[in-house]
Design a protein around this ligand. Structure first.
Ligand code: TYD
Length: 148
């Protein structure tokens, strides 16, 4: 069964990325399966967002993601089908670790936002739920049958 949104908040609260700071500046480090709970199979990034248009608008069935605002800021709105929780990403040493099963909308992009996403698997369209009603049904089915 999906964790409740309050449990989710604990599970996906934004983590500080280990950072080495010296007189030259900062160096931040993420090691797969140490700093984030999955192997990294894919990296992509979102940048040059136009007219503050939202992105996301989907859930993943299996995919884990870790999201970092390398530059600028944006807001990630997460839904579990009942409740919502918002995270602001605005520091390159913060990472939002995002388990599968939740609907997300990416909004409030600063013009200079560069959003890095580390993903646990290759791109696979069949892992997406892009229809909100379908997502609600998916959540209900999971609640009724946690083995799904
Ligand atoms: P999508 O995941 O819907 O982006 P966002 O959540 O930011 O709105 O992807 C947008 C398009 O890019 C869609 O046609 C699928 C394609 N895409 C890939 O081909 N490979 C990828 O790794 C990703 C993330 C998207």
């Amino acid at each position: 069964m999906l964790p409740r949104i309050d449990e989710l908040a604990k599970k996906i609260s934004i983590n500080k990325i280990r950072t080495i700071c010296d007189y030259r500046g900062n160096l931040s480090i993420i090691e797969a399966q140490k700093d984030i709970p999955f192997e990294i199979k894919r990296v992509y990034y979102i940048w040059d967002n136009k007219d503050n248009l939202p992105r996301g608008g989907h859930a993943h069935k299996e995919l884990w993601q870790a999201i970092i605002a390398m530059h600028g800021s944006c807001k990630i709105k997460i839904y579990d089908g009942k409740s919502t929780i918002d995270y602001i990403l605005d520091k390159p040493d913060n990472v939002l670790i995002f388990p599968p099963g939740y609907w997300r909308d990416l909004v409030a992009f600063a013009d200079d936002c560069v959003l890095l996403v580390l993903a646990s698997d290759y791109y696979n369209e069949s892992d997406y739920i892009r229809d909100y009603n379908e997502y609600i049904k998916y959540v209900q089915d999971r609640e009724e049958n946690p083995l799904l």
